[in-house]
Design a binder for this molecule. Sequence first.
Ligand SMILES: NC(=O)C1=CN([C@@H]2O[C@H](COP(=O)(O)OP(=O)(O)OC[C@H]3O[C@@H](n4cnc5c(N)ncnc54)[C@H](OP(=O)(O)O)[C@@H]3O)[C@@H](O)[C@H]2O)C=CC1
Ligand SMILES: N[C@@H](CC(=O)OP(=O)(O)O)C(=O)O
Length: 340
Amino acid sequence: MGYKVVVVGATGNVGREMLNILAERQFPVDEIAALASRKSLGTEVSFGETTLKTKDLDTFDFAGWDIALFAIGSGPTKTYAPKAAAAGCVVIDNSSLYRYEPDIPLVVPEVNPEAVDGYAKRNIIANPNCSTAQMVVALKPLHDRARIKRVVVSTYQSVSGAGKEGMDELWDQTKGMYVPGQEKAPEKFTKQIAFNVIPHIDVFMEDGSTKEEWKMVAETKKIVDPKIKLTATCVRVPVFVGHSEAINIEFEEFLDEDEARDILREAPGVMVVDKREDGGYVTPVECVGDFATFISRVRQDSTIDNGLNLWCVSDNLRKGAALNAVQIAETLGKRCLNKG
Ligand SMILES: NC(=O)C1=CN([C@@H]2O[C@H](COP(=O)(O)OP(=O)(O)OC[C@H]3O[C@@H](n4cnc5c(N)ncnc54)[C@H](OP(=O)(O)O)[C@@H]3O)[C@@H](O)[C@H]2O)C=CC1
Ligand SMILES: N[C@@H](CC(=O)OP(=O)(O)O)C(=O)O
């Protein structure tokens, strides 16, 4: 016996990946429903070899369904996730709405799988921010060995993090640079994204940081260790899929770069590709469609006592969203629901 699973936001970038990954990983599905807004009613989406017709979230009855994977943004999630949870369906939510609530688990299964056990308080589990998810997969095994004091991270985030509209804007603006009359002004992003980079993701906070940067701080503390200090600069780059991060780590104890590489090679969800030669590192276009978080350019930071630098790349629609959500569902199934 398997699970009755609902994918909410099935016509979006993340929802489509959720359907792909449920099928790829052969998640034990007895029945599946694909939901989106009313305007997408009847739109076809793929689930393995089969095609599903999208249903209207607004009129859907969650009673009798086991797990709902939500990827529709915080606004509509606020309306519909509590309804699903109250109907007895466990919500695994990709938005930032519930991540910081103390009675809602925020889970990266390679890092804090035991947190899933707290799901029943609200029947909701939160999926972290894409940039946080890939980073903590690499930080956790290093923290276990040498205790992280402080992290300085700069992100290079692809436009798919801003949904279908973000990807369309990069495509149209790039074409418009070459085709007279097809110029495209910024709409989704604050400035031109084609052939440019923008140091602004999500809204500004009072202290001058952005909400995306704040999320990386708060979520790393909740998932890995509240004692870790972290400062981030989050930047949008003209890449379609795949987020990259330059990470500088200061440890309490000395950690040699060779040992760090060995630890990361053994770490779940991590793939080390680190040769000091042309092409001996991973770039975002190479990580698309993969499950792993790729680590390259591991090297000592000799400007501090116990410092290390590394380069971290992952498919943001997978580890940053859909894959992590499906892994949470797998963990929930194994640890708590025991079907399948
Ligand atoms: N963990 C993370 O870091 C990430 C989280 N996300 C989360 O996932 C969400 C979706 O991202 P993404 O797939 O890239 O976005 P897209 O813009 O590609 O897709 C949005 C999806 O949400 C649906 N939707 C929007 N509003 C409603 C509504 N009122 N009722 C029903 N369905 C609705 C859309 O349906 P329709 O086509 O019918 O409009 C569509 O299926 C993000 O807003 C974010 O919260 C995304 C990326 C990474
Ligand atoms: N903000 C991320 C994607 C996202 O939706 O994040 P969050 O779920 O934390 O709002 C990006 O733009 O790349």
